[in-house]
Design a protein around this ligand. Structure first.
Ligand code: FES
Ligand SMILES: [Fe+2]
Length: 404
């Protein structure tokens, strides 16, 4: 993959005040969320040098199952290959650039719609009309052509990719978190519905989760279903936190077992087996930077996933994952739909707020307000991000010095 050398258009010294290393921590500047130039720099700083999640193995259970995603300008396809591995390939024909597949489905091979170049599920070109059946020179011209395969690893059922071949394995980064969440058995859970990535008109960082807003934006939606008291229900000192590894979390703690934000104030599906009393009375929100939010609940694990497209455009999906035994219950769908209905106002409020923040960030009046004590999550995420920006600036300077 080609990676242009780009310096930050914002002096990085200006961002220090948004990190935990500063005294009074303020929000990141609006241009970090709105500028096309900064987005190009950030694509290198974060998305070309980190592991990030692109879904869960349950999305592609059978050989040939696939779904498509996009990261920045790069269309990719996630598929279950013939070696029973998850492969993430560039979704770009190596002949003249046509996108190979759209949406999701099942394939025996990848066949380009334009001139029928055909690749096996590992990405190797196996037929090219007029060339693979041509003379020796034609055959030599296509020998060794393969669709680029992106480095992929599975962590607790989640599919992670990186464009950086030098990074340590994702399991090394997230191993401790895997242990801590072991009771939820996330690798064996399955989504109630296929993952559906939707295009949103705001910067990917606006999805960064915190619960300062829950008590206000969601006071009469979520707040009517799940008690939210400042300082009592919100615990940001949870042991999952590991800033260096990009693991940033908080718990919402309830006084009763199996509490959940539903019309009954409790879970609507059976609790998962193997959870202890504490896990049965809390919701754990774990962000794995840059783009995965895991919400571990007594009856399920939800995950929220987002990918960058442009400075002010992103893809977003939510998946509700359950044990197979829950999914097989006769009353599953009815309860599931009821819970979605209960949460609809909360989701609508979030969508409204995210779109509104992007509008504000585009205004000349956007400011860098001080962060409240209940925004510890945002302080940590900002710190993680600024460290990535500083590292990239260092790489750019080093590369320029070598070139001189
Ligand atoms: S562009 Fe794909 S076969 Fe020609
Ligand atoms: Fe929210």
């Amino acid at each position: 993959m080609n990676k242009p050398l780009i310096s930050s258009p914002i002096p990085l010294d200006d961002l220090h005040s948004s990190t935990l290393d500063a005294g009074n921590i303020v929000a990141l500047p609006a241009s970090v969320f709105s500028s096309d130039e900064f987005f190009q720099f950030e694509m290198n700083a974060v998305w070309r040098h980190e592991w990030f999640c692109v879904g869960h193995v349950g999305e592609v259970p059978n050989v040939g199952d696939y779904y498509t995603i996009q990261v920045g300008k790069d269309p990719l396809v996630v598929l279950h290959d013939r070696d029973d591995k998850i492969a993430v390939l560039a979704n770009v024909c190596q002949h003249r650039g046509m996108i190979l597949v759209e949406g999701r489905g099942n394939l025996r091979r990848l066949r380009c719609p334009l001139h029928a170049w055909t690749y096996d599920l590992g990405g190797k070109l196996i037929a090219a009309p007029g060339l693979s059946d041509g003379d020796a020179a034609d055959q030599a011209a296509i020998a060794g052509i393969c669709i680029p395969r992106i480095r992929t690893e599975i962590w607790e059922g989640f599919i992670f990719i990186t464009f950086d071949e030098t990074l340590a394995p994702v399991g090394e980064r997230l191993g401790r978190l895997g242990e801590q969440l072991r009771a939820y058995n996330m690798g064996a859970l399955r989504g109630a519905d296929p993952l559906h990535l939707e295009e949103m008109a705001w910067n990917w960082k606006i999805f960064n989760d915190e619960c300062y807003h829950c008590m206000y934006l969601h006071s009469s939606s979520w707040g009517d279903m799940y008690a939210l008291n400042r300082g009592e229900t919100l615990d940001e000192a949870v042991e999952f936190n590991d800033l260096d590894k990009g693991v940033i979390s908080y718990n919402l703690c309830s006084t009763h077992r199996d509490a959940a934000p539903t019309h009954t104030k409790s879970i609507l599906q059976p609790p998962m087996t193997g959870l202890d009393d504490r896990q049965r009375s809390q919701l754990s929100y774990v962000t794995v930077a840059p783009n995965l939010l895991i919400v571990a609940m007594p009856d399920k694990v939800k995950y929220f996933l987002w990918l960058p497209l442009e400075a002010q455009k992103s893809l977003y999906a939510v998946s509700w994952m359950y044990p197979e035994t829950t999914l097989a219950r006769e009353d599953f769908r009815e309860n599931f739909e009821r819970e979605i209905k209960d949460l609809r106002p909360v989701m609508d409020e979030d969508l409204y707020a995210w779109s509104s923040c992007q509008k504000g960030y585009n205004s000349g009046f956007a400011a860098r307000g001080p962060l409240a004590p209940e925004e510890e999550v945002i302080k940590r995420l900002q710190t993680w991000l600024v460290r990535r920006y500083v590292a990239e600036e260092g790489r750019v300077l080093a590369a320029r010095q070598v070139a001189e």
